[in-house]
Design a protein around this ligand. Structure first.
Ligand code: 13P
Length: 249
């Protein structure tokens, strides 16, 4: 039985002092023993957020990292830095990073390999554009993204990973994929993992849906057989995130 995982992606929001306030506001609201709760926060907020979340069920994650251990890469954050700070999860390959910061399936793969090397669990993002959905190539596109992302990743590593299916057209638009659309793609991702590895790995890996998740859409989405939780943007910055985490109560 896979444990649900519901993660907030704060994106480029919250100064360090605001981050502490938000963790303090949300911590009594996001208690649910059935769910792993993760707040992925901007790099500068990681340490104060970890401090503020001490003694709670909230785990602090990062939104990105570089694929090298250290060196002359001005402005980048290494996985060793994240691990040392107490981070467990890191979002890799969010569509905003692919669109605005030139991330490719190949750099996503390098980052995933590096994250595992440092004991971090990647939340690996994939998703199609509206045009690709209209062209009828959604499943082909996602399968390609997954196959490249998992190059040289062992079955044991893959089983511990998290995949976030985030249709680009549903991000920040208020347009949620229908439950059937989300379940169809998450099921296809699981089948792809079974094809690359084996049935056990596919049964163990956790697959989230992301894209305009709200307190009203979460309950139906998160009970689908292949949807193991969500990656939540806008609503993770509000008390509503407590309702999303408690979708089953
Ligand atoms: P929204 O929930 O704001 O649509 O963002 C989704 C997302 O990109 C999470 O990574």
């Amino acid at each position: 039985m896979r444990k649900k995982i519901i993660a907030g992606n704060w994106k480029m929001n919250m100064t360090p002092s605001k981050a502490v306030e938000l963790v303090n506001t949300l911590k009594p609201l996001v208690v649910n023993e059935d769910v792993d709760v993760v707040f992925c926060v901007p790099a500068i907020d990681i340490i104060p957020a970890i401090e503020a979340a001490k003694g709670t069920n909230i785990q602090i994650g990062a939104e990105n990292m570089y694929f090298k251990d250290s060196g002359a890469y001005t402005g980048e954050i290494s996985p060793a830095m994240l691990a040392d700070a107490g981070v467990k999860y890191v979002i890799i390959g969010h569509s905003e990073r692919r669109e605005y910061f030139a991330e490719t399936d190949e750099t996503v793969n390098l980052k995933i390999l590096k994250a595992f090397e440092h004991g971090l669990t990647p939340i690996i993002c994939c998703g199609e554009s509206l045009k690709q959905r209209e062209q009828g190539i959604t499943l082909d596109w996602i399968r390609m993204q997954i196959k490249i992302a998992f190059q040289n990743v062992t079955a044991e590593q893959a089983a511990s990973a998290v995949i976030a299916y985030e249709p680009i057209w549903a991000i920040g638009t208020g347009k949620v994929a229908t439950t059937a659309q989300a379940e169809e793609v998450c099921a296809a991702i699981r089948a792809c993992i079974a094809e690359i590895y084996d049935a056990d790995t596919a049964e163990t890996i956790r697959i989230q849906y992301g894209g305009s998740v709200s307190a009203s859409s979460a309950p139906e989405l998160f009970v689908q057989p292949n949807i193991d939780g969500g990656l939540v943007g806008g609503a993770s910055l509000k008390p509503d995130f407590g309702k999303i985490v408690n979708y089953n109560k």
